[in-house]
Design a protein around this ligand. Structure first.
Ligand code: NAD
Length: 418
């Protein structure tokens, strides 16, 4: 599958191969489970505000359709490539399977810098992408959601474009929409809230008192900012956060509520009063109890894995730790890893709730959403921890084993047509 060749795709394949060996999946079944079912690459021409026409590249990868429609985010970032999107789609498959959702994984992206586009250009780009995707998506085929660089507004434009094409309103085509358009209460907070819940459970597991913990969060976007607030509500002191412009540090703790206001006004954490600047690289090495990478892939590598100084590594981002770093972390039992496929699963779980609510046109209150979210995360956490202890597997191996095994079994039971 050379078309997907990319460091992140190689990383996802390496993880799969390890689990396939552990599960003793026959060679004849491996490629069918591992490689994406299908993908679409599109050229997206749009009129720019200065009168020129620019063409962007857009992608969508659907990893498997064995258990239902595919589900996964849409990413706007300058470095988005087909192989990266394919890796993210693969991880979505394992994540949906380990939480018991009736989905395969998918991911999409547009190679662009959303911060350098005007709101009108962003809208034109989003609508053109959605229009190009129409033959490939649908509420029973593939359902998108926000990811890095996209938000509720992007989902609203997608939903509107698809609905105009259909001739009637189709809220279930995307999740992570504004609540006023059929979005679910609690979806925006779901990923970060899930991170908080799982870190609290992990603290119980290793005997940490949350009220005495310190915490570092890389990336202060949708996931990172809500995770930081959620951890603070559990009693943790957040001492450093960052974004693409750099980080801020205060050993006595950052005032997160003031920081939220600062970021709303300045669009960055950099320059926040009552803090010292710190680089993203140095921040990952700060002594702390809870380290939360919530930005990009491949941040914890063989270069820094031996030097991170935390008790819990809570992977809010997708793929923040490379397989080489995993080898090092596996020799550091003092660090408890909450692997990405579990740690950030809160987002897709509440996306699933949103899709169910849209299909039934019957909406739930926030307490019901949060209660159901925590139940699903609790079950997944307990199953993964039990498997990890029983088979002496690192938490990532246990989580991937659970997810991949479920996909393998489903494919086996369905059989191979013709
Ligand atoms: P976002 O765009 O809202 O926020 C991303 C944040 O990371 C921003 O603060 C940005 O400035 C920062 N950032 C970008 N590049 C960086 C770099 N090189 N170093 C430091 N910071 C950097 O995106 P998000 O939705 O919060 O997604 C963050 C991560 O969480 C991604 O890996 C995404 O795939 C994953 N995730 C998101 C969701 C969701 O519901 N949005 C669900 C599951 C997983």
């Amino acid at each position: 599958m050379d078309i997907y060749d990319h460091p992140t795709f190689r990383m996802a394949c390496q993880q799969f191969d390890l689990v396939a060996d552990h599960l003793e999946i026959p060679e004849s079944e491996r490629a069918r489970i591992k490689y994406p079912k299908r993908s679409l690459t599109v050229a997206l021409p749009i009129h720019c505000d200065d009168g020129t026409v620019r063409v962007f590249s857009g992608y969508r990868v659907q990893h498997h359709l064995t258990l239902g429609p595919t589900k996964g985010g849409l990413r706007y970032h300058p470095e988005v490539m087909l192989g990266e999107v394919a890796a993210l789609a693969m991880w979505m498959s394992w994540k949906c399977a380990l939480t018991g959702l009736p989905y395969g994984g998918a991911k999409g992206g547009i190679a662009c810098d959303p911060t350098k586009l005007s709101i009108n250009e962003l809208e034109r780009l989003t609508r053109r992408y959605t229009q190009e995707m129409i033959p490939f998506i649908g509420p029973q085929v593939d359902v998108m959601a926000p990811d890095l660089g996209t938000n509720e507004q992007v989902m609203a434009w997608m939903m509107d474009t698809y609905s105009v094409y259909a001739g009637y309103t189709v809220p279930s085509i995307v999740t992570g929409k504004p609540v006023g358009l059929g979005g679910s209460l609690g979806r925006r907070e779901a990923t970060g809230r899930g991170v908080g819940y799982l870190v609290n459970r992990a603290s119980d597991t290793i005997g940490l008192d949350m009220s005495k913990t310190t915490c570092v969060v890389q990336g202060f976007g949708n996931v990172g900012s809500v995770a930081a607030l959620s951890l603070a509500r559990y009693g943790a002191k957040v001492i450093a956060v960052s974004d693409v412009n750099g980080g801020i540090h205060n050993a006595n703790g950052l005032d997160l509520w003031a920081l939220e206001k600062f970021v709303a006004a300045n669009k960055t954490v950099a320059g926040f009063p009552a803090s010292e600047p710190i680089t993203n690289e140095a921040m990952l090495l700060l002594p702390c109890d809870i380290l939360v990478p919530a930005a990009m892939e491949r941040q914890i590598t063989e270069k820094n894995a031996a030097r991170i100084q935390c008790r819990i590594l809570a992977e809010a981002a997708n793929g923040p730790t490379t397989p080489e770093a995993d080898v090092i972390l596996n020799q550091r039992p003092e660090i408890f890893v909450l692997p990405d496929v579990l740690c950030n699963a809160g987002g897709v779980v509440v996306s699933y709730f949103e899709w169910v609510q849209d299909l039934q046109s019957f909406f739930w209150g926030e307490t019901e959403v949060v209660d159901k979210l925590f139940r699903i995360l609790e079950t997944a956490y307990t199953q993964i921890l039990t498997l990890s202890r029983k088979q002496k597997l690192p938490m990532r191996m246990a989580a991937l084993t659970l997810g991949i095994k479920r996909v393998q079994e489903a494919k086996k039971i369905r059989g191979l047509f013709p």
